[in-house]
Design a protein around this ligand. Structure first.
Ligand SMILES: Cc1cc2nc3c(=O)[nH]c(=O)nc-3n(C[C@H](O)[C@H](O)[C@H](O)COP(=O)(O)OP(=O)(O)OC[C@H]3O[C@@H](n4cnc5c(N)ncnc54)[C@H](O)[C@@H]3O)c2cc1C
Length: 442
């Protein structure tokens, strides 16, 4: 297994009956599911929450991992919108939509949209499937759908922009309407419940990693892969030891982004490597503002309309308790299309200052309460489902060639933990079949 993000860890978890070695380039397992800590207080430093699974098989999966699902339900209002200097708690609910400072036809249009999404929710179950329901919606951007198909004024698009940038890596004019609507479905849904653990989705990754023996080997970067007659040869760089070594495996699951896989796979591995260049990614900065922060925000997830510097934030703990330390995790999706190199060149101090100034502009007094800022940079963090990408993806990219299997949420085209888990499960299933065939001499 190469890559110990949620997709790789899920695959390894489902293959525990086999001898599985998990190699991870980073210092800790989890990929973008990362947790930070300030004076013993755990906070989400990357992927933060998920939708409480209504489906019993999902629920059973989380329970098998020993995760305290019942304690993870997020109290309402889950989402709040900061728009024009005031808060709109429970912003995706019908009563709140009524209060938004929008023209009457926009409010009616938004309510209609919410009803349509609720109806589609009954029939849309695309995760892991080879086809898309309503594929025509993948041919246009979300902005086009809202403004031209639904005749909604541009204010609606701008209200949804921070959500879109944070969850899908780019604004409504860039992401596919299908992807935007699929994500928004969970927000507008009356049935969905949001769940979060104290350190965010890192807790799921930790539970998976703890179930593995041998443990994940961190600081190990796969550099090259060569299919061989009886298996796969790997060239790995060991960062702590500062040396390279070779390994042979019966089968390999590449649970990393295609931006990396395309440089690791040789042309004769079976894939048209050009196809991987169609995968586009966004980059992300997450800043944890730590201190005695008194800011009161109504939502668990707080969306800020109209700021290019950041899109949303989460407070840990959510409600201030006396003089206790708190962390404000600020999510700052980087402008789409600007290269990862720009992110890596960025001076951390400069970025931290920029974010602090932006937060202070909206919430005066917060900056002086901040004692430490922890910055996290995620290059190529999220797959961006631009119009047409999901259609290209579904059924057109082989998940496996011989003994090399692909995983990672980018194969689902959607940056969410369910996509990573489903892809991890699919890869494990394929590996199991392959190993069984080998044993049977097929
Ligand atoms: C800041 C942020 C917030 C998010 N918030 C949410 C959220 O609240 N809810 C939600 O559902 N989704 C969220 N997402 C999306 C979701 O968490 C991800 O889609 C999912 O966790 C990705 O898992 P993955 O295994 O596909 O990829 P990754 O997490 O990217 O894992 C890939 C792993 O492969 C490793 N790797 C790469 N190259 C090599 C190599 N050559 N050798 C060895 N290892 C290698 C990487 O270090 C990494 O650990 C968020 C994403 C980001 C970036």
């Amino acid at each position: 297994m190469v890559g110990a993000g949620l997709s790789g860890l899920t695959s390894a978890y489902h293959l525990r009956e086999h001898r599985v070695l998990v190699l991870e380039a980073g210092k800790v397992p989890g990929g973008v599911c990362r947790q930070g800590s300030f004076r013993g207080l755990a906070y989400p430093a990357g992927s933060a929450y998920f939708y409480y699974p209504g489906d019993p098989s999902w629920e059973a999966w989380y329970r098998d991992l020993g995760l305290p699902l019942a304690d993870s339900a997020v109290a309402k209002p889950v989402s709040a919108l900061f728009y024009g200097g005031r808060w709109y708690p429970d912003c995706f609910s019908k009563p709140c939509i009524q209060t938004l400072p929008l023209p009457r036809r926009a409010i009616n249009g938004l309510e209609n949209l919410a009803e349509n999404l609720a109806a589609w929710e009954e029939v849309w179950d695309p995760m892991g499937s080879d086809s898309l329901p309503n594929p025509e919606l993948d041919r246009m951007s979300l902005a086009h759908f809202l403004e031209h198909e639904q005749q909604l004024p541009p204010q609606v698009t701008s209200i949804l922009a921070p959500y879109c940038r944070s969850c899908l890596g780019a604004g409504p004019e860039t992401v596919s309407a299908w992807a935007g609507l699929f994500f928004l479905m969970s927000e507008f849904s009356a049935n969905s419940r949001t769940a979060a653990f104290p350190g965010g989705n890192a807790m799921i990754a930790q539970a998976l990693a703890q179930s593995l023996s041998p443990p994940v080997r961190c600081g190990q970067t796969l550099v090259r892969l060569e299919p061989a007659p009886q298996g796969v040869d790997l060239l790995v760089w060991d960062s702590p030891e500062n040396r390279g070594y070779r390994l042979q495996a019966g089968a390999v699951i590449l649970a990393l982004g295609k931006f990396a896989a395309r440089h690791i796979l040789p042309a004769h591995a079976g894939w048209e490597l050009e196809v991987f260049s169609r995968f586009r990614y966004s980059s992300y900065v997450v800043a944890a503002l730590c201190g005695h922060i008194s800011l009161e925000s109504p939502g668990y997830e707080n969306w800020i309309v109209g700021d290019e510097n950041f899109s949303d934030f989460i407070m840990s703990p959510r409600t201030p308790r006396g003089d206790e330390a708190r962390v404000m995790t600020v999510f700052a999706p980087q402008p789409y299309g600007q290269s990862r190199e720009a992110l890596l060149r960025m001076q951390p101090e400069e970025k931290a200052k920029e974010l602090l100034t932006a937060v202070e502009r909206h919430f005066p007094g917060t900056a002086r309460e901040v004692e430490e800022i922890h910055l996290y940079r995620f290059g190529h963090a999220q797959i961006v489902p631009y119009p047409g990408f999901l259609t290209t993806l579904k059924g057109n990219i082989a998940q496996a060639q011989e003994r090399v299997i692909l995983a990672n949420s980018d194969l689902e085209g959607l940056p969410c933990i369910e996509a990573a888990i489903v892809q991890g499960q699919k890869a494990a299933q394929r590996a199991r079949t392959l190993l069984a065939e080998n044993r049977a001499g097929v």
